[in-house]
Design a protein around this ligand. Structure first.
Ligand code: PLP
Length: 425
């Protein structure tokens, strides 16, 4: 039996209806922008393996640095102990983060980075004996699959079985173009309540919600309102961090800097798991006390795993090379040209771009995005072309590793154009 067939006997896959799903593709090797399957077929990784990869697969420098760390100090507990990679990474992250950020709390994925942020915000108030227990979030958001993450995320088919178990969150409309005022009005109305602990958002682009984009200027206004009302602001930069939106963080487009920032995905270059939550000094200070009850009692077995931190340091080093910035600019320009060319295609409702992300919303008669029946057809079409693009329902998007060649990018654009032509003809 090959890997695909053995998989069926023993594995339960994420976001997958195991009864009807086709056999998964077994990947045996990766290099740069490419994957190779069991049969030797080559694929372009058009979505950076769920938005994590930034420098390409099996990058020799990352591999070398990780391997060196593994041979020196592979892992240690992090309560009462520390190590060079964790300290150095925190120092370097803080030089890249907005200047109001002053401490780094490590965890091991995006959902935990969000849980940490929410718990910090709740306990910030409880440590001061202030009863603020509600959270504001955008409709259509995604913040991970743990209970806290699901609570603040959009209430949809994915978390329906758990809906009664999720905590109280007030969802306000996304400030889409033309709808900025209604979003701001909704926020102002909610802020009249004095029990709001925090406001969490995906800055400038909602990823899993369908690559939905909005302007930095309106987010500035929303953050400003929260600040006036003493509500902690949390930017979930798990997807947007590390160059995705064209700047290092999406928060770099903002005048008003968030109080807490969540990172994961691109943090290690997409090689091994790591999460980090940064916060402003005033948040940290609210936990300093002679009273042990004010401690932040949160941690994970692999908190600040040295190997993960070494990967993140190596990834940051690569990021800071001029070539990486040029690559990001190049993708932005190419996306821009393709967007101009394709925007008025009759198969599209909308096409949009932010930094290295370009998304195409395809006309369909169905209402639901996620469970749209087009999705399987779209995936199969691109797989047959040797391109991995997993649509979000009827929304196809490209989010490539920054090292993708012009040739491969053009190949993907051409395949998208061909796909759009097949559904209109
Ligand atoms: C992916 C994602 C998460 C969850 O990260 P995981 O590592 O998958 O748990 C949280 N927030 C945003 C914005 C994401 O895109």
């Amino acid at each position: 039996m090959n890997i695909q067939e053995r998989d069926k006997n023993v594995i339960w896959h994420p976001f997958t209806q195991m009864k009807t799903a086709p056999l998964p593709i077994a990947i045996v090797k990766a290099e740069g922008t490419y994957f190779f399957d069991e049969q030797g077929k080559k694929y372009i990784d058009g979505i950076s393996s769920w938005w994590v990869n930034i420098h390409g697969h099996c990058h020799p420098y990352l591999t070398k640095k990780i391997s060196e760390q593994l041979q020196t100090l592979e892992h240690t507990l992090f309560s009462g102990f520390t190590h060079e990679p964790a300290v150095q990474l925190a120092e370097q992250l803080l030089t890249h983060l907005p200047s109001n950020q002053s401490k780094i709390f490590y965890s091991d994925n995006g959902s935990t980075a969000v849980e940490v942020a929410l718990k910090m915000a709740f306990q910030y108030w409880s440590n001061q004996s202030v009863s603020k227990i509600k959270v504001i979030a955008f409709e259509n958001g995604y913040h991970g699959d743990t209970f806290g993450g699901m609570s603040v995320g959009a209430r949809n088919a994915f978390n329906l079985p758990f809906s009664k178990l999720l905590f109280d969150v007030i969802h306000i409309p996304v400030p889409l173009k033309g709808k900025e005022q209604s979003s701001l009005d909704a926020l102002k109305k909610v802020l009249q309540n004095d029990d709001i602990a925090s406001f969490i958002f995906e800055p400038l682009i909602q990823g899993a919600g369908g690559m939905v984009m909005y302007q930095a200027t309106i987010l500035d206004e929303l953050i400003k309102e929260c600040r006036i009302k003493n509500v902690i602001t949390i930017a979930d930069e798990v997807m947007t961090g590390f160059g995705r939106t064209g700047k290092f963080f999406a928060s770099d487009y903002l005048e008003e800097k968030p109080d807490i920032i969540c990172m994961s995905k691109g943090l290690t270059g997409g090689v091994i798991p790591l999460g980090a939550t940064s916060c402003a000094q005033f948040i940290y200070d609210a936990f300093l006390s002679d009273d042990k009850m004010k401690t932040f009692f949160h941690g994970h077995s692999y908190t600040a795993n040295p190997t993960s931190c070494a990967a993140a340091l190596a990834s940051l080093y690569l990021f800071d090379q001029p070539q990486t910035i040029e690559n990001i600019k190049h993708i932005e320009q190419q996306h821009h040209l393709f967007l101009k060319k394709i925007k008025s295609h009759t198969a599209l409702i909308d096409a949009r771009q932010l930094g290295t992300i370009i998304a195409f919303e395809i006309k369909t008669n169905e209402q639901t995005h996620y469970l749209n029946s087009l999705a399987d057809y779209i995936s199969e079409f691109f797989i047959s072309k040797g391109i991995i693009l997993r649509p979000l329902g009827n929304i196809v998007y490209i989010l490539p590793p920054y090292c993708i060649s012009t040739e491969d990018l053009t190949y993907v654009y051409n395949a998208i154009e061909e796909f759009l032509n097949t559904i209109t003809s």
